[in-house]
Design a protein around this ligand. Structure first.
Ligand code: ADP
Ligand code: MG
Length: 225
């Protein structure tokens, strides 16, 4: 681990209690991801990808093991501190976009900055700039239902980028798109990675994972590179 390490996990264990039995979903996962990498986490359904993503994304915490995100030891944090780290360090991209349906593209993108207390005018200026950078400069006033799936995913990518996070964390980002639109989103990821963004993309599809520089395979809660 050095100053270029964005994700450092050492022997991460996570179990779920189901009735009287305990299901160990992550069985001692150790990963290191450096600044500027584009990594795919590949595994079949039920292998523990979402559980791992929730821990990487500070949505959930491990039972044991060490997790350091952008130099911060996650174990010592309370819920408010975790929420702050989540907002500051991670740009989330979900399969189903998770946009606010009542708001325009620009407001959706500005939203994480407004949550941080950034001035409204500045937040909207930055949102506009990010939408332009993902090719949606002429769609800033559209609401999600007035946009195609691919366009909605671009809005969510702009939203993920707007706070200049240490990490882009994408869960099956092309899962709700047709294959051609999915390719365009993957092209955008490659382009963003070339510009220096660190990307972790969760997928069950080998062809999609191959677009990343590095693949981490998850199987039965263990990893193989
Ligand atoms: P993936 O995203 O790779 O499909 P998950 O991380 O969602 O895998 O799930 C891994 C395993 O953990 C599955 O067997 C699933 O049923 C179980 N699991 C996930 N979340 C919970 C939960 N909240 N409570 C109990 N079991 C869970
Ligand atoms: Mg999953």
């Amino acid at each position: 681990m050095n100053k270029n390490t964005i994700i450092y996990m050492d022997k991460i264990v996570k179990s779920y209690q189901i009735g009287k039995s305990k299901l160990t979903v992550l069985k001692g996962i150790s990963i290191e991801i450096k600044k500027g990498e584009f990594v795919a986490v590949l595994g079949p359904s039920g292998s523990g990808k979402s559980t791992l993503m929730n821990i990487i994304g500070c949505i959930d915490v491990a039972d044991s093991g060490k997790y350091v995100l952008a130099g911060q030891d996650i174990k010592v944090k309370n819920d408010d501190e975790l929420a702050y780290i989540r907002n500051k360090e991670i740009g989330f991209i979900f399969q189903k976009f998770n946009l606010l349906t009542k708001y325009t593209a620009e407001h959706n993108v500005a939203f994480p900055l407004l949550l941080r207390g950034i001035d409204k005018l500045e937040a909207h200026q930055r949102a506009k700039k990010l939408l332009e950078s993902v090719g949606l400069g002429d769609r800033t006033d559209h609401k999600p239902f007035e946009l195609s799936g691919g366009q909605q995913q671009r809005v969510s990518i702009a939203r993920a980028l707007v706070g200049d996070p240490a990490l882009l964390l994408a869960d099956e980002p092309t899962g709700a798109l047709d294959s051609k639109t999915g390719e365009e989103i993957l092209d955008l990821f490659v382009e963003l990675n070339k510009k220096g963004n660190t990307i972790v993309m969760i997928t069950h599809d080998l062809d999609i994972a191959k677009r990343a520089e590095r693949i981490i395979h998850v199987k039965d809660g263990e990893i193989y590179e």
